[in-house]
Design a protein around this ligand. Structure first.
Ligand SMILES: *Cc1c(COP(=O)(O)O)cnc(C)c1O
Length: 438
């Protein structure tokens, strides 16, 4: 080992990975049967670079889902990345008022912009929307009951279960109505003296159809006012504008929910807002101060990088530059532009064993916007003479960086709407590498 470590080639490894890790990997190479020192060192180098490569990697999103939770939801704007970079590299004014030298408050970095963008009295940022709901329930309903429709006791994306979060907050359920129908009279009948809060949840990823009824917002607002309890609406998506121009109109906006009378509205920062992972509570100042003063607010407070990115994202909304946010750029790309990109990739990538076509496809925002509302897109449809569609999809995922698509009708579809134009060259290289493998 000592003679191995004194080799010039080992010096480089020692500098990059440290003595302990280098020795571990060289021992492993020896145990695996390598005998020549050059071979031991080269195998050691290989396993060290794999072992210490970044675990979180870039992925090319060809799924057609613009807000894909498994792929990190919204890509950040240039401005958000610049603000993160500055704050990450040095000390910052996170809780520091530079002119006075006094302590500042981290929420002040986004509060005024959030008030303007969402049209609310006050706003509070936390780590994600689940935290926002948890904080609101803890502060407003712990030890008491929460009135909620049976139709809204939902699981969103598998890991956000309203009943579980409710229970963890120390609040108790007061379920009313049925899964498909809940009327204002159902809510009224459920209003016992120990009810502290009325909770409604936006049906993010499901739709109940047929014989259904939900209470109109105006009636819910009136009932909550009459009972003198707050109405908390978990809006989820954080949409600021009507998305009719993208073909997905009718999603309620945060400001719309507040205008309809919700006391507090909670939503994510990394869905339709197009920012970093965060949760935001927007609404009435009085209820908000109870949230801000609750110990859970400290437990779920965001870090400086989140505040930096959130500030930049809210500034984009306030100044009308939101169309430059990556998800809206992707959503707005005209079909003929997608088609041109597809044709250009196709003309370069098609090889004897790999067949590439540009086909019509349907993309969606995802991330809690109605799954029913899809918009037109174009995709590369790939088939391979010897590989099944599943095997082909796997080859694409094994590329560096991985290219994620979906398998449909024995073809692999790579939706061009969720792939940025700057990433087309990577898709071309991935296809070329598969053709070359033969
Ligand atoms: C997405 C969503 C959540 C969960 O939000 P996270 O930011 O992932 O914690 C909760 N409620 C609704 C309605 C949602 O759409």
């Amino acid at each position: 080992m000592d003679s191995l470590l004194s080799d010039a080639a080992a010096g480089e490894l020692l500098a990059a990975f440290g003595r302990e890790a280098v020795k571990e990997e060289l021992r492993r190479a020896i145990a695996d049967g390598s005998t020549e020192s050059s071979e031991i060192l080269s195998r050691g180098r290989q396993s060290l670079s794999t072992r210490f490569a970044p675990s979180l990697r870039r992925v090319i999103n060809g799924t057609g889902v613009l807000l894909h939770t498994n792929l990190g939801r919204a890509p950040l704007s240039d401005a958000a990345r610049r603000e993160i970079e500055v704050v990450a590299a040095g000390y910052s004014s996170l809780e520091y008022d530079a002119p006075s030298g006094e302590r500042g408050r981290r929420q002040d970095h986004v509060r005024d912009l959030a008030r303007d963008v969402f049209g609310c009295e006050d706003a509070l940022a936390v780590n994600n929307n689940a935290s926002a709901v948890f904080l609101a329930l803890s502060a407003l309903a712990r030890g008491r009951r929460v009135l909620i429709s049976r139709g809204e006791l939902v699981a969103i994306g598998g890991s956000f279960q309203v009943p579980a979060i409710l229970e963890a907050s120390g609040a108790r359920l007061a379920e009313v109505g049925t899964t498909n129908r809940t009327t204002i009279d159902d809510y009224r009948r459920g209003l016992t003296p120990d009810v502290a809060l009325l909770l409604t949840v936006h049906p993010s990823n499901y739709e109940i159809r047929g014989f259904t009824a939900t209470a109109p917002p105006a009636e819910i607002a009136a009932l909550a006012r009459e009972a003198k309890i707050p109405w908390l609406h978990d809006q989820g998506t954080g949409s600021v504008v009507d998305l009719a121009e993208f073909g997905v109109g009718g999603e309620p906006t945060v400001a719309g929910c507040l205008a309809e009378g919700a006391t507090l509205v909670t939503f994510s920062g990394d869905k339709l807002l197009g920012g970093p992972q965060a949760g935001i509570v927007a609404g009435a100042a009085e209820a908000m101060s109870r949230l801000a003063e609750h110990p859970v607010a400290r437990v779920v407070r965001p870090d400086k990088l989140t505040f930096a990115a959130l500030h930049a994202t809210l500034a984009a909304w306030k100044t009308g530059r939101w169309r430059d946010l990556p998800i809206y750029r992707a959503a707005a790309a005209p079909l003929d532009a997608l088609e041109r990109r597809g044709e250009s990739i196709r003309s370069r990538a098609a090889a004897s064993e790999l067949e590439v076509a540009v086909v019509a496809a349907l993309a969606l925002f995802g991330g809690g916007t109605s799954p029913e509302k899809r918009f037109a897109s174009r995709a590369l449809a790939l088939t391979h003479r010897r590989l099944s569609a599943d095997a082909l999809a796997q080859r694409l995922r094994l590329f560096d960086p991985p290219v994620a698509g979906r398998v449909e009708d024995d073809r692999v579809l790579l939706d061009l709407r969720s792939i940025a134009p700057e990433e087309d060259a990577i898709v071309e290289s991935a296809l070329a590498s598969i053709s070359a493998e033969a």
